[in-house]
Write a protein that binds this ligand. Structure first.
Ligand code: VGL
Ligand code: ZN
Length: 202
């Protein structure tokens, strides 16, 4: 039996059908994270899952912007934003967790549910100020260390890890249980930014 870590939470980012092969915003080999994540779950007292959870017509969808294609950029009131194919629409099968992912976590944080603001990070929306409540949950339970895994390395995992480090948590990202999108060098840039933010990469 693995030893259960009490002050450390495992945070499983967005292991949803739309980010897996065949999904609307498929991360290459995204489904390969499922087995290693399931294996890690027994080692943590606290397991938290996040779920990208957009209303139809969300402002991060290219289809919501006339003449724009997926992966183009737009300026939002809160800064530049990549436009994505429609994905993880609330209540659709694409928004469901991968069928083989263990879902016996303690908490599910849904994010990106406000039409006007995207939310890559599990802690703050992309305006960098609106909290999701995850920080309070963790502090309330005395959790100081976080292990992060999931999809996508260079977006939701990296944004979550950097916010967590900025908030003072001790953060490790387990790269063997992550896969990236890699838009124009975004994977390498995210790895460098995480290291610079004091995130431990394993
Ligand atoms: C994500 C792009 C858009 C992610 C979510 O989970 O990394 N990426 N929405
Ligand atoms: Zn999204």
């Amino acid at each position: 039996m693995p030893q259960v870590v009490q002050s450390e939470a495992l945070i499983v980012i967005d292991v949803q059908n739309d980010f897996c092969p065949g999904g609307a915003l498929a991360v290459p080999k995204g489904d390969e994270v499922v087995a290693p994540i399931n294996a890690m779950m027994d080692g943590f007292e606290t397991v938290i899952l996040t779920q990208d959870w957009h209303p139809a017509g969300h402002s991060s969808f290219a289809s919501s912007h006339d003449g724009k294609d997926p992966l183009e950029m737009v300026d939002m009131p809160y800064g530049p934003q990549v436009l994505w194919p429609d994905h993880c629409v609330q209540g659709t099968s694409g928004a469901c967790f991968h069928k083989d992912l263990r879902q016996d976590g303690d908490l599910i944080i849904r994010k990106g549910f406000r039409s006007a603001v995207d939310s890559y990070s599990a802690f703050f929306e992309n305006d960098k100020t609106t909290p999701t409540g995850l920080e309070g949950y963790l502090r309330n339970r005395g959790i100081t260390k976080l292990a992060l895994v999931g999809l996508a390395t260079d977006f939701c995992v990296a944004y979550s890890a950097m916010d967590a480090a900025r908030l003072g948590f001790d953060v490790r990202v387990h790269l063997a249980a992550c896969r990236g999108i890699d838009l124009q060098g975004s994977l390498e840039a995210a790895l460098t930014a995480m290291k610079d933010a004091g995130v431990s990469l394993q």
